[in-house]
Structures are given as structure tokens and as C-alpha cells.
Design a protein around this ligand. Structure first.
Ligand code: ES4
Ligand code: ZN
Length: 319
């Protein structure tokens, strides 16, 4: 039996498996520049974040209808249930779809169909986190939040993703302030490829409650002290970090050092279709590579519930 866990760092578009991509391409009359799933899988060799993002955005061309987004979310929920996921806070990238002429309502309503029956069918409670693409303008982020207003009852929070370096958190000060006034929870990717100062800025300027990745936090001891003191959770993604070459190999991953420093760490899958595994696979792989005991793995799983935006539960900062 896998450990019960919450998944807090998961891009739903990053769960698009090659088989489903080809199925949706055929259904929608979209031509993919790969002969078959095998050839597509061979393209999953990345040098860095950008080389992954290029493929990630291009493959989204197959996602067009509510049915497509429903199928995508249903497949993720079924797979993650088998790996012990009981709660999932799911990122989505509306700008990657609206830019292609797919309205945000199609995305949210389609995903929502699968999420609405998730508790009953898979035993997984869910929430959506709307992510802004940081390599797009601050104005576009504000327009996206406006377009999302009719769907806010489905959305627990906002996040910030895509190409990090050169797009510091402060660029999005205004949209985070508006989201805060709407009662949305706040997270942001920071310190994946970008410097530790981006983590500090996400806390100071955006007021984030969790940091996505935060991998480079250890480079700044005063930042580590602050994250420990304020019990700010980090959503780490070990297999992602190896595939995108943020760490050279899993045995060199800083997770254990971060846990030993007293940081509130969680383990997540990021884009499981692209990075070689779902969240249980991440636990297993990093557990072996770093020699994590069962107790240590259980602490990581417990952290995931404490760090979740679950109503009426004891939160990590209160507990
Ligand atoms: C992402 Cl691994 C990663 N980093 C930043 N943005 C992303 N969007 C999807 N996966
Ligand atoms: Zn991510």
C-alpha cells in the first residue's frame, strides 16, 4: 500500500501521456510532428527548463474541447489514486490555451467534470490553482485573472510558472494583490533555475504561502532560517529536477539536506508524463537514491497534508 499523500505541485498539462496525445490529435484533426508514441517519447530528453517548455506548449495543441480536458484530468486522477494520492491541488495554465483560441471556460469546465466526481470515484479531494505564465506580461496575467472571475468557485489559488530566469516575482506584484483581495491562496515557482533572491522576493512582494521548488534555497542561509522559522512549505519535484538538469543525478538531490535543515519539504511530480513518474514514483526513486527511511518518507507525506490548502484542517503554520 502506498503512503497516503497530497500532491501540491502538479501541472495538469504535464500529465498528457503520449498515448492520450495521439488519441486527442486524431479526434481533433491535429497533426503531430511525430510518427508515433515511441518517436514522441524519444523527444523527452531535455537540457533545461526551456527545452522542456517548448515541447510542453507545442503538445498542448491537441487539447481543444471540454471532453479533452476532462479526459486529461480523469487519467491523472486514476493514476495518482493508485499511488496513494488523497488530495490534489492542480495547476493549470490558462494563457497557454487562450492563446490558441481555447476559452478559459472550456478548460475549467472540462477539468471540473473530472474533479467533481473525483472524491467519489477515486477518493481524491481536489482544488485548482490558476498559474500565470511569467514569460508573458503582467497585463496578460491581470486579464487572465479577470477572465477567470466566473470560475473562482472552482479555483483555490494562484501560482506562477514557465521560464523563470529574467522574470522575477515582483513583475506580478499587482495581480497577486488583486488575487489576495479575492480571497485566493498564493504560491509561486521560485528557485527552480532562478536564484534564491527570487524565493525571497516571492515571499516579500507576492506574499506566497508555499514555494514551488525552492530548490536553490540552501544557497542562502538567512533565507533557510526564515523558511524554517515561518514554516513555509516547499513543493520539491526530484525527478523533474534531474530531467531538467537542475541537479546532475538523483543521489545529488538536496532533499535530505533540506529536511535536515528543518525545512518543511514535500515531494511531488511536476509534469509526470514528461519526467518519468507520478508522485509515488518520485517517493520511491528519491527514497532509494537518498536512502530515506520509512519514517522520513512518512514525514514527507504528512507534510503534504499540513501544507495543503485544506479547509478546517490543522495547517502547517498553526500546527
Ligand atoms: C513547469 Cl517544471 C516547470 N517549471 C516551470 N513551469 C512549468 N510549467 C510546467 N512545468
Ligand atoms: Zn512546476
Amino acid at each position: 500500500m502506498p503512503l497516503p499523500k497530497a500532491e501540491l505541485h502538479l501541472h495538469i498539462e504535464g500529465t498528457l501521456e503520449p498515448e492520450l496525445a495521439f488519441e486527442l490529435a486524431a479526434r481533433n484533426g491535429v497533426r503531430l510532428p511525430y510518427a508515433d508514441t515511441e518517436e514522441l517519447r524519444k523527444a523527452y530528453l531535455f537540457d533545461d527548463l526551456q527545452s522542456f517548455l517548448d515541447l510542453y506548449y507545442s503538445l498542448m495543441a491537441v487539447l481543444r474541447t471540454e471532453d479533452d480536458f476532462e479526459a486529461l484530468a480523469e487519467a491523472y486522477l486514476a493514476r495518482s489514486a493508485a499511488q496513494g494520492v488523497r488530495h490534489a491541488e492542480i495547476f493549470f495554465d490558462p494563457q497557454a490555451h487562450t492563446a490558441r483560441g481555447v476559452p478559459i471556460g472550456t478548460v475549467v469546465e472540462g477539468l471540473g467534470r473530472a474533479l467533481d466526481r473525483s472524491q467519489e470515484r477515486h477518493g481524491i479531494s481536489t482544488g485548482l490553482i490558476l498559474c500565470f505564465l511569467r514569460d508573458q506580461s503582467a497585463e496578460s496575467a491581470l486579464e487572465t485573472l479577470e477572465a477567470a472571475r466566473p470560475y473562482l468557485d472552482r479555483i483555490v489559488g494562484i501560482g506562477l510558472d514557465s521560464a523563470e530566469v529574467g522574470h522575477p516575482p515582483a513583475k506580478f506584484r499587482e495581480v497577486y494583490a488583486v488575487a489576495d483581495s479575492l480571497g485566493l491562496r498564493k504560491v509561486a515557482h521560485a528557485g527552480e533555475e532562478g536564484p534564491p533572491s527570487y524565493i525571497t522576493e516571492a515571499l516579500d512582494v507576492l506574499g506566497v504561502e508555499r514555494v514551488d521548488h525552492g530548490l536553490r534555497a540552501l544557497e542562502d542561509p538567512s533565507l533557510v532560517a526564515r523558511l524554517v522559522r515561518d514554516r513555509i512549505p516547499l513543493t520539491l519535484c526530484p525527478l523533474s529536477n534531474v530531467r531538467l538538469r537542475a541537479v546532475p543525478e538523483l543521489s545529488a538531490h538536496p532533499l535530505r539536506r533540506m529536511m535536515d535543515a528543518g525545512l518543511v519539504c514535500t515531494v511531488n511530480s511536476d509534469d509526470p508524463a514528461y519526467f518519468g513518474g507520478y508522485v509515488g514514483d518520485n517517493f520511491d526513486a528519491v527514497g532509494v537514491a537518498l536512502g530515506l527511511s520509512f519514517e522520513e518518507q512518512r514525514a514527507l507525506a504528512r507534510n503534504s497534508f499540513l501544507a495543503a490548502f485544506l479547509e478546517g484542517e490543522e495547517g502547517v503554520r498553526e500546527g
